[in-house]
Design a protein around this ligand. Structure first.
Ligand SMILES: Nc1ncnc2c1ncn2[C@@H]1O[C@H](COP(=O)(O)OP(=O)(O)OP(=O)(O)O)[C@@H](O)[C@H]1O
Ligand SMILES: [Mg+2]
Length: 333
């Protein structure tokens, strides 16, 4: 449904998006995840035909967004970072106006406006001026205008940015409801967003794709070996030989600590929980087991791992943000 190949976008000397490729299947929700400045908004603006790419190709619902922009746009609903509302218009007036611009035939407009308001649960705000809406409702009106012409594809730039926890949950539910009969790309720099909403994730960092998979596979693939941390009172002895002998252990790193204690990191083969065997080995040797815990990489750690590694390779000084605030919209080229 969406196919992006070798897309590059430069703003003068800044390469915001650098040779990215990915696809989204019909009915799927793809999470576009990356830290601030990764190139999410830039990619979405190019995909929606809002600005041209420097290189590469994007096809939406069978139409090349550069060569057949009108056909492509007809099939795309776009929620920009900041929904462009007219403060003097009521919600109903605004949506009717957008319906007219989007070429919804006169006879269908009222019905489309009403059904979009129902779907995004803003019908009770129909008569309210856009300028007087709360942030959450502005975001919902933004969503309502995106689905107004019943597009096949929705491109949502940080749909939950700035919402309160209740609104975040409601918006996630709404996005899930919209999937199925829509294909959705949503961008976020918040991790729970993708694990809870999306079937697949593309992680971008500094304009490049650093990973693409399902949230579960990403966790499994990147976890690789599992690690168990132990703190053992060995009375000064080295616990490594005894722990290495446990079936399934691939590596033991013991760091001698104060007064006979040892902090030990044990890597094990994937998919096996060796905590019981490790505890038994410790006790069998007559040592004291002070702590034992499994370290699993959360999606958050994977994200940090991927995005930090990439920046470390470049020039160091990772500038990662996983907070819930959104950055101000960058000025247009
Ligand atoms: N109009 C512009 N002119 C020059 N540089 C720009 C412009 N818009 C974006 N950039 C730069 O391109 C890079 C990617 O920006 P983009 O807005 O696409 O990131 P983002 O992933 O959406 O970040 P955020 O999470 O903060 O919204 C950044 O380095 C940004 O400074
Ligand atoms: Mg952005």
């Amino acid at each position: 449904m969406i196919e992006v190949s070798h897309l590059t976008k430069s703003y003068g000397s800044v390469t915001a998006v650098d040779d990215i490729s990915f696809r989204v299947e019909p009915g799927e929700i793809l999470g576009f995840l990356g830290p601030n400045g990764a190139g999410k908004t830039t990619t979405m603006r190019v995909l929606t035909g809002y600005m041209p790419a420097t290189e590469g190709r994007a096809v939406v619902a069978g139409f090349d967004v550069f060569e057949q922009p009108i056909e492509a746009k007809r099939r795309i609903g776009y929620l920009p970072e900041t929904p462009p509302l007219y403060p003097e218009m009521t919600v109903h007036e605004y949506l009717s106006f957008v319906a007219r611009i989007k070429g919804v035939p006169g006879g269908e407009r009222e019905q489309r406006v009403n059904s979009s308001m129902e779907r995004t649960r803003i019908d009770d705000m129909a008569g309210r001026h856009c300028g007087k809406l709360s942030k959450g409702y502005r975001q919902r009106v933004g969503l309502a205008q995106a689905i107004l012409h019943n597009p096949e594809v929705l491109i949502l730039d940080e749909p939950t940015a700035g919402l309160d926890p209740k609104q975040i949950i409601e918006t996630r539910e709404l996005v899930k409801e919209l999937a199925g009969d829509h294909t959705i790309i949503l961008s976020t720099h918040i991790l729970p967003e993708v694990s809870q909403t999306c079937q697949r994730v593309v992680i971008i960092n500094r304009g490049r794709v650093v990973a693409e998979d399902t949230p579960d596979n990403l966790t499994a693939r990147l976890r690789g070996a599992e690690t168990v941390l132990l703190e053992i009172d060995t009375n000064g002895a080295d616990p490594a030989p005894a722990l290495s002998a446990v079936d399934g252990v691939t590596r033991v790193t013991a760091t001698p600590g104060a007064t006979g204690l040892s902090k030990t990191e044990v890597e094990t083969v994937q998919g096996r929980d060796l905590r019981r065997d490790l505890a038994r080995a410790v006790v069998t040797n007559g040592w004291g087991l002070l702590e034992l815990r499994s370290m699993r990489m959360s999606l958050e750690e994977i994200f940090l791992h991927l995005t930090t590694e990439e920046t470390d390779e470049d020039e160091g000084g990772a500038d990662l943000v996983t907070a819930t605030s959104s950055a101000p919209e960058a000025p247009d080229a």
